[in-house]
Design a binder for this molecule. Structure first.
Ligand SMILES: C[S@@+](CC[C@H](N)C(=O)[O-])C[C@H]1O[C@@H](n2cnc3c(N)ncnc32)[C@H](O)[C@@H]1O
Ligand code: SF4
Length: 449
């Protein structure tokens, strides 16, 4: 897109925000508004299908861009105590509950020693009923932490997909972001996972300090050459509390033109390597042999339906209420050990928010938005709720309105996050503006003198 074309979209959709949290289609995490609710019990599950997320906060280092709740790998028995707390929290899922999807993330689950990872996975799968033809279960890892013993545990416990954070192979950018792995470890980890038969995804980030377009393209090509099934390319999301906010030069911060430019670079790198865009940020290998088995079945459904999430800072979503566990690891473990609920915050989703989530998750995940599906879910006419927004987006060439369904166009895929904001209710937009104004005063976001 030319800068002039981007300017037209900015007039309609606004500039990217300086501070972003979760990807914008993952509402309400993209605009969090929890209220305190210490000691709130989650409603008991009564056999309805549920997704399970387990958060492992340990990492071998703290990346300068990362805003997840993490902590350095501790000495002593802290990891074993933490896993025991997760096991206890998992008891909230009644035996025989049908499992929609399991996702073990972090942090870095493979920072756990293999025996503890084994215990955790055994507990995740112990009580639920798995459908062998159903959703594909994922564990996250990092290149330097993955060993043969971890791979064996993942295989034995029936995990089918592994998602590995790489971000970049460029030694200067790795150093600037405080990551401690190198290209050889990335290659070895990819080859180990691919040859063991997992569906393998690798995460890259663009817009990191000192990163060049040519460097990003090289990273994509190199990782694709290791045989992985998909690459997920995130734009750097800047949180005002992370050290990276201070390291970025003015010229590195995203305005709409730079953001679109980076996304075009990612699309071109993917195309050249034989990958097609599926979700807004994910590219999947096109070659036929990967369109089989678990690789073809995989969809991220963690945003849909009920979700029982365990661990520090984990967010459960049950009957359209979002519960957030304590963000402090010691408090989390102490509460669970004492038999108390770890929940500290809550956010019931309003009707408007539930509708926004539906639209954001559908379009954001690259699916067509079918008017009849919306109307069946909410018993209300889609156009009464979003007709005006859709007309504006269609006029700007961001979505294609085909009557029965609405899809993002190629142009729309480049600005999917700005486009998603067009569906946010006025009250949420106001809240986001207030949060932006507050973030702008944070020391890390003020220019250094
Ligand atoms: C929780 S990490 C899991 C992988 C593992 N801990 C690692 O980093 O190797 C999940 C992914 O979130 C992405 N991520 C973390 N912080 C981010 C940020 N500030 N902006 C964009 N993506 C980010 C990274 O791509 C990372 O791989
Ligand atoms: S990006 Fe991954 S390895 Fe780095 S601190 Fe965050 S969770 Fe840990």
């Amino acid at each position: 897109m030319t800068p002039e074309e981007v300017a037209v979209l900015v007039d309609l959709l606004g500039e990217p925000t300086a501070v972003t949290y979760a990807p914008p289609n993952v509402y309400p995490m993209s605009a969090p508004a929890f209220r305190e609710a210490a000691d709130l019990d989650r409603p008991p599950r009564r056999g309805a299908p549920v997704g399970v997320y387990a958060h492992v906060p340990f990492c071998n280092y703290k990346c300068s861009f990362c805003f997840y709740v993490t902590r350095p790998v501790p000495a002593g028995d802290e990891m074993a105590r933490y896993v025991a707390a997760l096991e206890r929290e998992l008891e909230g899922v009644p035996e025989g509950t049908p499992l929609t999807q399991a996702y073990v993330g972090g942090g870095t689950p493979t920072a756990l020693p293999p025996d503890l990872l084994d215990r955790l996975l055994a507990s995740v799968f112990a009580r639920v009923r798995r459908d062998p033809e159903g959703e594909v279960h994922t564990v996250e890892c990092s290149p330097e932490s993955l060993t043969d013993a971890h791979v064996e545990v993942l295989r034995r416990r029936g995990v089918e997909r592994v998602s590995m954070g790489v971000q970049t192979n460029d030694p200067g950018v790795l150093e600037a972001t405080r990551r401690r792995h190198d290209e050889g470890q990335v290659r070895a980890a990819c080859e180990r996972l691919v040859s063991a038969g997992f569906v393998v995804n690798v995460d890259l980030i663009y817009g990191l300090p000192g990163q060049t377009e040519a460097g990003f393209r090289r990273d994509f090509e190199t990782v694709a050459g290791h045989g992985v099934h998909s690459l997920t390319c995130y734009n750097l999301r800047v949180n005002e509390h992370t050290p990276i906010a201070r390291r970025l030069s003015e010229a590195e911060r995203f305005d709409a033109v730079r953001l679109v430019r980076w996304r075009e670079v990612a699309q071109a790198a993917a195309r050249d390597a034989g990958f097609a865009q599926t979700r807004w940020h994910t590219f999947r290998r096109v070659r036929p042999e990967t369109a089989q088995g678990a690789a073809a079945r995989f969809r991220d459904v963690t945003g849909w339906g009920d979700q029982w999430s365990v661990g520090v800072s984990a967010r459960s979503r049950l009957d359209d209420v979002v519960y957030r566990n304590s963000k402090d690891p010691e408090t989390y473990v102490a509460r669970v050990e004492a038999g108390r609920t770890p929940v500290e915050e809550v956010h019931p989703l309003s009707d408007a928010e539930r509708r926004l989530r539906f639209v954001g998750l559908t379009l954001g995940d690259g699916w067509p938005l079918v008017r009849a599906d919306y109307e069946a879910a909410f018993q209300t006419a889609f156009d009464d709720d979003f007709g005006a927004a859709i007309s504006r987006l269609a006029e700007a060439g961001v979505v294609a309105d085909e009557g029965e369904r609405v899809t993002l166009t190629d142009k729309g895929r480049l600005v999917y996050d700005l486009a998603t904001r067009a569906f946010y209710p006025e009250s949420v937009r106001r809240r986001m503006d207030e949060r932006q104004a507050l973030a702008a005063t944070a020391p890390n976001l003020r220019p250094m003198r």
